[in-house]
Design a protein around this ligand. Structure first.
Ligand code: GDP
Length: 282
């Protein structure tokens, strides 16, 4: 797979985020709930170090709710505060505000004990492109703000955005690149639209998707594409051939592949989670 991330850019983005991290009390790490693993990024663990963090599994409306619960349990078992969110359809992100207060309890107590009243808790959003950082920032702030820089390594002076509570946010989200060191991660990111479609041949992506749905969500595949029991268990490449003939009347594999991918992105094949929680020893 050809993914070009120039080391220079990566270092620049990393350094900028590292600098800005010094200014905040905590990090809101935004991930895509459909990809709780694939939408992480390689250097965050290194640069975040001891900084307090809340992991937000955003776009939970698109993800498989059972899987989201599993992921939350898994993160919480690792003493990591985590929550699921549908930032698109939720107006006030009270759930984030509450989580921040809980996470920062010790600091809040210190302020209170020393009589400081107007204390602020400062945070920054970090995540790979397209996970919903700007949407979350806007909703926390309660109005549309010009979120600056949504490309890795954009330079800007930072401003603090006020929210309805004592939480303040950096107006520049930390944008990191996804870690695509494994083909499956690349496919997962492409299927959700997190990375450009051009990076993977559309037919390969469609076959990957069919195989996943045959394995994980066969009922929906069968109902939506009106498949017989025999068709449902065809090898995925053969199933693509079958669907292509059925839909296009010829061998326009590209058109059929695009339809499958579009159906998935538009939710016609239901809520889905592409990353599975790793069980110990797997
Ligand atoms: P950013 O690149 O991380 O800043 O992501 P954006 O905030 O620009 O969001 C990317 C796209 O995802 C936009 O089209 C949003 O409307 C959409 N989006 C953001 N949050 C959610 C969510 O919770 N659910 C759904 N369905 N879409 C979302």
């Amino acid at each position: 797979m050809q993914i070009q991330w120039y080391p220079g850019h990566m270092n620049k983005a990393k350094n900028q985020i590292q600098d800005r991290l010094k200014l905040v009390d905590l990090v809101l790490e935004i991930r895509d709930a459909r990809l709780p693993q694939s939408s992480t990024n390689p250097v965050l663990e290194q640069i975040i170090k001891a900084k307090q963090r809340i992991i937000i599994l955003n776009k939970a409306d698109l993800a498989d709710p059972l899987m989201t619960q599993q992921w939350l349990r898994d993160l919480q078992a690792q003493q990591q505060m985590a929550l699921a969110l549908d930032a698109q359809h939720t107006n006030k992100l009270q759930v984030i505000q509450s989580a921040v207060q809980e996470l920062m309890q010790a600091k809040i107590q210190k302020y209170q004990q020393s009589g400081v009243r107007n204390y602020k808790l400062r945070a920054m959003c970090i995540g790979i492109p397209n996970v919903g950082k700007s949407t979350i920032l806007n909703k926390l702030v309660g109005k549309k703000v010009a979120v600056t820089g949504n490309k890795p390594g954009v330079t800007k002076n930072q401003n603090w955005l006020k929210t309805t509570s004592n939480l303040e946010l950096l107006d520049t989200p930390g944008v990191l690149w996804p870690k695509i060191d494994d083909e499956q991660v690349g496919y997962n990111l492409a299927l959700t639209g997190a990375i450009s479609d051009r990076l993977i041949p559309v037919q390969d992506l469609a076959v990957y998707a069919l195989e996943f749905w045959q394995h994980e969500y066969p009922d929906r595949l069968q109902t939506n594409y009106q498949l017989t029991e025999q068709e449902l268990v065809l090898p995925p490449a053969k199933l693509l051939v079958y669907l292509t003939q059925k839909w296009t009347g010829n061998d326009d594999f590209e058109r059929a592949s695009r339809r499958i991918i579009q159906d998935i992105r538009q939710g016609l094949l239901g809520q889905y989670t592409l990353d599975r929680v790793q069980v110990n020893g797997e």
